[in-house]
Design a binder for this molecule. Structure first.
Ligand code: FUB
Length: 340
């Protein structure tokens, strides 16, 4: 196959024949895998892709998902287990459509599933559902999280037990409509020479269902301390924020969207600022790139997706995993998703 970057668009001339990793799930389409270690096992919280027949557009209307399945793995390489439908859009009173990339967390024996969806007016918010089991089923709270907006929640719990939510995504994820802090359906991106829109974050209360503080915008800067610009499409934040900690440093990773990279920036606090460090994952087959990173039994793993199972259909993806390696200086080795 060949990969060409034309005007920032990656084109795979044909489906790659030598993927680095096989799909983890082959009987359903799955995407946006958020992985966690709960009860000594790996649990994966992906989107459940379906072919809803909605034409593809820049708003991502073709991602018209309606439920979530939770998966578990005893260990990498073992058979994956599908725990069935964990939450259905019909069970969430405030939603209209589009269950996008979820995440999960645990506190005091209760598991929390965080999910973005459009409300009945077509505005993305982030909801939460609870269960006594990491596999669900989950029961949704009647309203989205107060003060939340946009998409792609990631909940990170620090060593001191404090949990933070990172979220947001531009274009179809609507983050550009919240630049003033209020929803503005006419909201647009900054000019190319202005700082890019940053991901949002807030500390969660101990109930894990509310923000404990006002939402902040994170700063991603270059090594000279200058904020990444909106026109810096190869490095600026687009969607899919993920937070992990390695050797005392906070690693914010994210998708660059229209340049199809997973890259990362590091900082000394969960609030940043974060200094851009490089690319974790090169473009995959399909438009979106979305990932998570966990440690399991002394090794680190990247969970990601591509569209090999559907022969390249962007809205019909499949989740994958591979080992992730650090260099001695804490930088992450770039992963190529295909060997040919
Ligand atoms: O799966 C729907 C959307 O596509 C996610 O929320 C984005 O991160 C992108 O992967």
């Amino acid at each position: 196959y060949c990969v060409c970057m034309l005007s920032g668009v990656t084109i795979f001339a044909q489906v790659p024949t030598k993927p680095l990793s096989p799909p983890l799930v082959t009987d359903l389409y799955s995407a946006d895998p958020s992985a966690h270690v709960f009860d000594g096992k790996i649990y994966i919280y992906p989107s459940h892709d379906i072919d809803a027949g909605v034409p593809e557009n820049d708003n991502g209307d073709h991602f018209d998902m309606r439920d979530y399945h939770v998966y578990s793995l005893e260990a990498p390489g073992k058979k994956i287990r599908d725990h069935g439908v964990a939450l259905d859009i019909k069970q969430v009173p405030w939603t209209g459509k589009q269950l996008w990339a979820p995440d999960a967390a645990v506190r005091n024996g209760t598991y929390y599933l965080y999910f973005p969806a459009k409300d009945k007016q077509g505005v993305f918010y982030i909801g939460v559902a609870t269960s006594k089991s990491p596999a669900g089923p989950f029961r949704a709270l009647p309203e989205p999280i107060k003060g939340s907006y946009s998409i792609d929640p990631c909940v990170f719990t620090d060593d001191d037990g404090t949990s933070y939510m990172y979220f947001g995504g531009i274009w179809g994820g609507q983050l550009q409509r919240w630049r003033t802090g209020q929803y503005d359906s006419a909201g647009v991106l900054p000019q190319d020479q202005e700082p890019a829109i940053g991901p949002r974050m807030a500390k969660l209360t101990n109930t894990m269902t509310e923000f404990a503080e006002p939402v902040r915008e994170l700063k991603i800067v270059d090594t000279a301390g200058k904020e990444l610009l909106n026109g810096d499409n190869n490095r600026r934040f687009f969607e899919a924020a993920w937070m992990h900690k390695y050797n005392g440093k906070y690693y914010l990773s994210y998708s660059t969207g229209d340049t199809h990279l997973i890259c990362y920036a590091t900082g000394d606090s969960p609030y940043g600022p974060f200094v851009y460090r490089g690319v974790i994952l090169k473009p995959v087959l399909g438009w979106t790139n979305h990932h998570s990173i966990i440690a399991f039994k002394g090794k680190w793993y990247l969970f990601y997706h591509d569209s090999t199972l559907s022969g390249g259909k962007t809205h019909l993806r499949n989740i994958k995993m591979t080992e992730l390696k650090y260099n001695a200086d804490g930088t992450i080795q770039t992963i190529s998703p295909y060997l040919d």
